[in-house]
Design a binder for this molecule. Sequence first.
Ligand SMILES: NC(=O)C1=CN([C@@H]2O[C@H](COP(=O)(O)OP(=O)(O)OC[C@H]3O[C@@H](n4cnc5c(N)ncnc54)[C@H](OP(=O)(O)O)[C@@H]3O)[C@@H](O)[C@H]2O)C=CC1
Ligand SMILES: O=C(O)C1=N[C@H](C(=O)O)C[C@H](O)C1
Length: 246
Amino acid sequence: MIKVGVLGSRGRMGAEVCRAVQGADDMELVAAVDQDDDREPLTAAEVVVDFTRPAVVMDNLKWCVDHGLHAVVGTTGFDPSRLDTVRSWLTGGKGPNVLIAPNFGIGAVLMMHFAQKAAPFFESVEIVELHHPNKVDAPSGTAYRTAELVAAARAEAGVAPPPDATTEEFDRARGADVDGIHVHAVRLSGAIAHQEVVLGGHGELFTIRHDSMNRESFMPGVLLAVRKVVDASDRLTVGIESLLGL
Ligand SMILES: NC(=O)C1=CN([C@@H]2O[C@H](COP(=O)(O)OP(=O)(O)OC[C@H]3O[C@@H](n4cnc5c(N)ncnc54)[C@H](OP(=O)(O)O)[C@@H]3O)[C@@H](O)[C@H]2O)C=CC1
Ligand SMILES: O=C(O)C1=N[C@H](C(=O)O)C[C@H](O)C1
């Protein structure tokens, strides 16, 4: 039995993770901790799952590492500088492992993978993400990561920046620029989590779209990460692509 603790346990994702862990034959939920709760009960866990907020996740993660607890992190906000900081905590002998994934949905991971593969073949690419209006961060962690992967694939293939003649623009009309890729964030009542990667070439458009219809859809990926993080060969794993053999 893997003993699991959950941080952010009363949140939308945290509550779903508690249910999923309780329903898994090989896991036991030993601690459910939210804002203002004592973190000490988490020391009974082998793996802590964090779905909190970008503003607090680094503090939570440092606490887990300092207490020798493996961590699976779904909270967003991990730019390269934050990832470097986490790596700096994980140097030296044997210790806890950390897995950070901007999206645990299998389809979303495949969407990022296919976008990365398609990226060098098209002159233009933009990303549109759509989420529920209670989301605190924009653009989404998934869109940010997709842009990073797409930009890296284009750079490696020597593709020029996407053409764009815009010289006159209303404030932020062209969205955020992530590594040279435009990312547009839409917030809509009724939405859960959706993303389109739109690629454009000579006389053709290619759209890769993923829709999360509920939060249960993230649970197979979260449980897989909990099972794998304990024996991971790398102290830090980013994304669950490698767990899926991609
Ligand atoms: N990787 C993935 O597949 C997915 C990632 N996410 C990400 O997960 C994160 C959480 O999303 P969601 O569940 O919708 O957000 P919610 O706001 O519903 O949940 C966050 C919870 O964390 C609590 N919290 C805040 N600070 C702390 C703290 N210091 N310690 C413990 N708990 C704390 C909040 O309490 P309070 O409300 O009182 O502040 C709240 O209960 C976001 O970053 C989101 O983008 C979401 C879906 C999938
Ligand atoms: O806040 C959400 O809901 C989600 N957050 C993650 C993100 O920012 O990419 C994953 C998914 O999009 C749902």
